[in-house]
Design a protein around this ligand. Structure first.
Ligand code: COS
Length: 387
């Protein structure tokens, strides 16, 4: 993989090398088979755990490496070069872990973070419901206090790693009249009474990732599973997504880089009209645009991740920009890669058709790119009102 020098520290370069090795040795050889069989990549999750990748962003006292959003993005980018379905499971583990890290009590952190760090237990994030996608404040799953317990009822939809993960951070409604301020977050565990898994989705792409319903039927959990304060659930969800969205941008960069590499390789060896097709300006210009857009996205994602790690306060706008720009780029670059490979690109014997199918989800999950534009627009309006 060719890369501009971003002046990584020795430690950051080690993370890149480690994730790259997993992508090349463990993910690429099996990605087509996992896609075809719609198989969850447990073996690769164990490899990632062995490489200590799950604890990158977790403090040392819980066994982690106390690195930040940037290091997580570096790992995600390299893994995504191999396959974004596999990488989504890794990234979803940070999405599910951030609420505990950011808002968990000392007891909750001590109880859950070490297992998340070691990769012993996968964690998932549950916000979306059938009627609450972009309009996340409309969730209808309820949590009601009952003596020393909470009783949860409702269904979460399209939950990444649903059924496979053992720990779930979910957002419920504890007071419908208060809208977004009536939401409360909880930690659920696989095996909690009344907690089961519903339909496993079949998808256009991202087939090695599990996408499943979480069903809560009079699910009873003890009081100490509440995350943060009552009514803080929506803010917990939004703060979590602000931290996680640059990771989706990084995934887009890794995927697009893989598609570009395939396209250049093919264009150099494909002979038509007695010449390699890369000698034609039509192809050269497409490749030039693809490479330029990838580098622009990489620079934006790295810069936003570093800004978050530097402790910037309100990062919703920047985080949405990184997700929006890089994922629209990945859709375009993977589509162009299929075009350059022509008929071969459309066939399953080459990897680019899968890359294009997989890319589409990046524009949809963790907030659609239309919602990203709303977040950016709202922030601009607020900033300029102050000027
Ligand atoms: N950080 C902290 N607080 C935030 C925030 C953020 N990034 N975004 C919103 N809030 C706060 C607001 O300040 C507001 O607080 P007050 O009640 O004190 O005013 C509250 O949350 C509600 O915000 P808002 O009015 O903007 O909420 P909306 O219902 O209009 O929804 C969007 C806003 C579109 C941003 C939200 O619904 C969203 O992100 N949707 C996409 C959800 C998503 O990503 N789904 C993917 C599934 S999870 S993988």
């Amino acid at each position: 993989m060719t890369q501009v020098n971003y002046f990584l520290t020795e430690e950051q370069q080690m993370i890149v090398d480690l994730a790259w090795q997993i992508a090349v040795e463990k993910i690429i050889p099996v990605r087509a088979k996992l896609d075809e069989a719609e198989e969850f990549p447990w073996d690769i999750m164990k490899d990632m755990a062995q490489a200590d990748l799950f604890g990158l962003y977790i403090p040392e006292e819980y066994g982690g490496f106390a690195k930040g959003c940037f290091e997580n993005c570096l790992a995600v980018e390299q893994l995504a070069y191999g396959c974004i379905a596999v990488t989504t499971t890794f990234a979803a583990s940070a999405l599910g872990g951030y609420p505990i890290l950011l808002f968990g009590s000392d007891e909750q952190k001590a109880r859950y973070l070490p297992d998340i760090t070691s990769g012993k237990r996968l964690v998932a994030f549950g916000l979306t419901e059938a009627n609450a996608g972009s309009d996340a404040a409309r969730i209808q799953t309820t949590a009601v206090e009952d003596g020393d317990d909470w009783i949860i009822n409702g269904t979460k939809q399209w939950i990444t790693s649903g059924g496979e993960a053992e720990i779930y951070t979910i957002i419920t409604m504890t007071n419908r009249n208060k809208g977004a301020r009536g939401a409360t977050a909880f930690i659920l565990e696989k095996g909690d009474p009344g907690f089961s898994f519903g339909k496993k989705e079949r998808k256009m792409g991202l087939n090695a990732s599990s996408t499943r319903e979480l069903v809560f039927n009079e699910c009873r959990i003890p009081k100490d599973r509440m995350l943060g304060k009552k009514g803080q659930g929506f803010i917990i969800a939004m703060r979590t997504l602000d931290l996680a969205r640059p990771g989706i941008g990084a995934m887009a960069v890794g995927l697009a880089q893989a598609a570009l590499d395939e396209a250049v390789k093919y264009a150099r060896q494909r002979i038509q009209f007695d010449q390699p097709i890369i000698s034609f300006q039509a192809i050269q210009h497409m490749l030039a645009d693809m490479a330029t857009r990838i580098e622009a996205s990489r620079a934006l994602v790295y810069s936003v991740a570093r800004t978050i790690d530097a402790g910037a306060n309100d990062v919703a706008k920047l985080s949405a920009m990184a997700k929006l720009f890089a994922t629209d780029m990945a859709m375009q670059v993977t589509t162009d890669a299929v075009q350059i490979l022509g008929g071969y690109g459309y066939m399953k014997s080459y990897p680019v058709e899968k890359m294009m199918r997989d890319a589409k989800v990046l524009q949809i999950y963790e907030g659609t790119n239309q919602i990203m534009r709303n977040v950016i627009g709202k922030a601009l309006n607020k900033e300029y009102a102050k000027k």
